[in-house]
Structures are given as C-alpha cells and as structure tokens.
Design a protein. Structure first.
Length: 345
C-alpha cells in the first residue's frame, strides 16, 4: 500500500499511550464513548455496531439524528466489509491517500447499521492517519470500527487539541485520548462517486489537484447536494466561532477595522498577506498575522478562532484567502463560519 505524507506508525506510541489506548478500547467495547486524535481533528468515537453507544454521540454533540457519521476503519482491507459495489476510482483513492484525510461516500453494505447512516443507503468511510487512532482501531478487535464525528457540539468549530475537546464536551465523554495538536487541523475531504465522475462534497485535507492527479480525470466541487443526502458539514452555517466573523478583501480589511474601532468595538483582524498596516491603525486591538501557506494556515485556524472567542472581541475580521485550489478548504470553512454575521457592520 502506498503511504501518504500523513501516514504514521503505530509503534510510535509510548508505553503510557499504549495503556491509554487499551483502556479506551475497553470502554468502547463496553458501549462507552471516547474522544480520540486523528490527523484532521479530534473525533468522538463509539462502536459502530452498538446502537446505544452511537446514540450517545448524537446526544453528547446535540446533533440531529438523521445526520450520518463517518465509519473509521483501521485497515484498507475492511473497506469491502462496510461498503459494496465500490468503484475502481474509490479503490484508487483509498490506496493513494489512506491512511489520510479523505472520506469516501459509498454504497453501504448490510453490515452498516441504520444508526450510523441516518437511514441513507450510503456510508462515509475513512482510515485516519494518527498513530493513536490506528492503535485504537487495532485494539478494538477484528470486524470493529469507530463511528466518529468531530468532537465538538453541533455547528461549532472542530477541536484540534485534547484540551479543546475537554472544553467542548467536558465530562459528557467517557475518556479523552491525548494525541497532541492535529497535523492537518481541518476536516477530511469528502468525495462521492457516480458512474462518470468523482465529486467533492466537502473540501479538506486532500486538495482537488491531488485527487485529479491520482485519478487522472477532472474532479469538481459538488454544486447542488442531492436533496436526500444530509451533510451537517455542508450546512451554510457551520464551523462557527461565538464571535461574529466577517471576511474582507485585502484592500478593504484595514479600513473596515478602523471604522469599527472608531465605534468603540474591540476588533481582531486576521491576515495572511504581507499587505502593510496603515499607519493610523495602531489603535486596532488585535492583529494576527497568519502564514501565507495554506497547510500551515489550516493547521492553526481552528485553534486561533477558539483563542479569539476567549479574548472576547466584538468582531473578527478575516482577510479573504487566495483564490487558489490549495486554499479551498479554508475558504469553505471561513464562509460557513461567517454565515450568521453577514449583517453585522
Ligand atoms: O476529518 C474528519 O472527517 C473528522 C474526523 C474525526 O474523522 N470527522 C468529521 O465528522 O468531520 P463529522 O461528522 O463532523 O463530519 C462528517 C460529514 C458530515 O457533514 C456528515 O453529514 C457527512 O460527513 N457524512 C457522513 N456520512 C455520510 C453519508 N453516508 N452520506 C453523506 N454524508 C455523510
Ligand atoms: Mg463536524
């Protein structure tokens, strides 16, 4: 199997981490819930085959019951067990990018319970690339998989550290596995297949050009979602900080910040370009200079938005990301995060 740049080795775990994984697997095999690190964001896991445990995930997240969960598997060979009529393109993507930040939407097999799919005839499957997630899946035993959404309350920003999970879900989850800061920091790319084409339902850790290179066909962002498909991550408002967030082009952002500051609002301005601050901008309260590289930017984004919520700004003004495929996932998350604040100023 081809290993991607995200692949990690289970043998990297310390004895202490191995012990935590064994405890976590025991909890999961007894119908509990465990938050665990992946390379994208932290997940809130339950045994796919335990409908009561899966139901706990929905309760903890306050997520509508008809929004499906991704099935996380520990080995590519398990794809056949959870899905059927798998297109060749799906196998190609799995072999190219797994373990890694890519979720495949496929026809569900009979093994997949309704509790996971929200009653749909498809299932989302991914093999995560984090040594703790892989060790946990291994420890669960054969034929087991983890149903896991991101470990945040419904509609909020996904957690990228164990501390964020603690802040989001606290005591409601049976165990939180510590696995450091997530390497990618944004959720997986979700793709679906029909006879002729492969479409991106949610941009994420694997970019469109990477998919195209692997498949040697054009891959497009899905524009209209099938009415019968439900994607919580595809709702126009999602991934949102508490503080109202607005996006401005480079040439407008400083002026907008100054206007709001003169109205006595506490403003945080987040930029990626090296566009000069105007000289008269000294009284703007916060400025966060983000990396101009999408991988580094994506890794930090959610942690920064959480930090800004804690610092209680009135508004977050974000510089529009570059119009380039490698920034697509970031642009998508910022757009959804800004949805409720479009009328603020
Ligand atoms: O990176 C990720 O994908 C993270 C980590 C934990 O793996 N998980 C994640 O899960 O982001 P969640 O539930 O927060 O977002 C998964 C998205 C949701 O929008 C869900 O509706 C959609 O995938 N989804 C899952 N199964 C689906 C299916 N069978 N058909 C359509 N959409 C599906
Ligand atoms: Mg989520």
């Amino acid at each position: 199997m081809k290993q991607t740049q995200y692949a990690r080795n289970k043998s990297e775990l310390t004895p202490e981490q191995q012990e935590h994984v064994i405890t976590a697997a025991r909890i999961l095999n007894h119908g509990g819930t465990v938050a665990f690190p992946t390379e994208t964001v932290y997940g809130l896991g339950a045994d796919v085959n335990n409908a009561i445990a899966v139901r706990k995930i929905y309760d903890i997240k306050q997520r509508p019951l008809d929004h499906p969960l991704i099935v996380h598997i520990g080995d590519i060979s398990q794809l056949n067990y959870w899905a059927q009529a798998i297109p060749e393109a799906a196998w190609k993507l799995a072999y190219t990018f797994w373990p890694g930040p890519l979720t495949l939407i496929l026809h569900r097999s009979q093994q997949v319970p309704d509790s996971v799919t929200g009653g749909q005839n498809t299932v989302g499957i991914r093999m995560p690339a984090h040594p703790i997630a892989l060790a946990l899946l291994d420890e669960l035993g054969s034929g087991k998989a983890l149903a896991a959404p991101s470990a945040n309350r419904f509609g909020r920003i996904s957690p990228t550290t164990a501390l964020h999970v603690q802040q989001e879900l606290g005591e409601r989850v049976d165990m939180i596995l510590e696995g450091g800061a997530c390497e990618v920091g944004l959720e997986s790319t979700i793709v679906c297949f029909d006879k002729q084409s492969v479409k991106i339902l949610r941009p994420g850790g694997i970019t469109c050009p990477e998919l195209e290179m692997a498949l040697d066909i054009p891959v497009n962002l899905a524009t209209t979602t099938n009415q019968t498909m439900r994607f919580s991550g595809m709702l126009p408002a999602h991934y949102a900080p508490i503080t109202p967030l607005r996006i401005y082009p480079t040439e407008q952002i400083w002026q907008q910040a100054i206007t709001l500051t003169t109205q006595k609002f506490r403003i945080l301005i987040m930029t990626w370009s090296k566009a000069d601050k105007p000289q008269f901008s000294d009284h703007i309260i916060g400025h966060c200079a983000m990396p101009a590289d999408p991988i580094a930017y994506g890794k930090q984004l959610y942690a920064k938005l959480r930090q800004f919520d804690e610092e209680a700004f009135d508004y977050l003004l974000i510089e529009s990301p570059p119009n380039h495929p490698s920034w697509l996932a970031i642009a998508d998350r910022l757009q959804r995060a800004s949805y409720h604040s479009s009328n603020i100023c």
